[in-house]
Unconditional design. Structure first.
Length: 277
């Protein structure tokens, strides 16, 4: 009987082990299946970068053609050809607006780039124009597009054929200029935001607002001004004032003021500047 009990216990233990191994094996198989499923998923990351190369080269095939180069750069025919060149890009990359990417930052970049192409095409279709704001808008969109391309090159390895490298370098040089200009703007905006005013009532309904600041931007300005919108509590501009300086050297301190009888609640400041050569 002892032997039978022992044999029975052994059988129970063996059954338990077999059941455990079987469950573990089934679980492991399930995990492998999920991994295989994930690995088999086709993300668009690499395909998009490759498509960008083709799209840029398709655009440049048109913009660098003898036909387009012969057109007056501010003619309707020129902008019509430019619109066709933008279409050549869109025809290749627009499908990636809804594609699934593994890298979410790259997916967002793809959508932004496609948006910039569509914006630039819309502007091109309205040019030439007597409205200077349209040309400013074109430049702004171009600047944003080149910074996106800079990220594609630096972070995601975008390349083009050697014959087109000059075109890509031109875009990247613009992106570097945009980065530098944005850095300068950030410094000037920080200076403008730091302005503090001392209020003095002259006794006749007017008040003088005086500010002192040190130019710690690391920049020398040929001219520097601060334009103020004086607003009431509802946010309505009730008056505008300004403070203007010439030859503002880095490291030096300056004082400026304006006087007004306006009873304003707060102000918004916009700096304008020209750097010394």
């Amino acid at each position: 009987m002892r032997q039978e009990k022992g044999e029975f216990k052994m059988k129970k233990l063996l059954c338990f082990l077999v059941a455990t191994v079987t469950l573990f094996s089934l679980s492991a198989c399930g995990g492998t299946s999920n991994a295989d499923s994930s690995a088999a998923k086709n993300y668009a990351d690499e395909a998009f970068v490759e498509a960008m190369t083709k799209a840029l080269e398709a655009r440049w095939d048109i913009t660098d053609s003898d036909k387009m180069q012969s057109l007056d750069s501010d003619s309707r025919e020129h902008y019509a050809a430019l619109s066709s060149a933008i279409d050549a890009e869109l025809n290749i990359v627009s499908e990636y607006r809804t594609a699934e990417f593994k890298d979410h930052a790259l997916q967002e970049l793809a959508i932004q780039y496609i948006n910039k192409l569509e914006e630039s095409k819309e502007i091109a279709n309205s040019l030439p124009s007597k409205d200077d704001k349209l040309y400013d808008k074109w430049t702004a969109v171009y600047d944003e597009r080149t910074t996106l391309l800079q990220t594609l090159v630096n972070k995601y390895g975008l390349t083009v054929a050697e014959k087109w490298q000059y075109n890509l370098d031109d875009l990247l040089n613009n992106a570097k200029s945009v980065d530098k200009e944005n850095e300068i703007k950030d410094k000037v905006n920080k200076l403008a935001a730091s302005l503090k005013f001392e209020k003095k009532d002259d006794g006749y309904g007017y008040c003088t607002y005086t500010t002192k600041f040190k130019n710690d931007t690391g920049l020398d300005f040929a001219s520097l001004s601060f334009e103020f919108d004086l607003l009431d509590a509802d946010g309505t501009v009730i008056e505008q004032q300004g403070i203007y300086f010439n030859n503002v050297a880095n490291g030096k301190s300056y004082s400026g003021e304006f006087s007004t009888d306006a009873k304003f609640d707060h102000y918004e400041v916009t700096p304008e500047y020209y750097l010394k050569d």
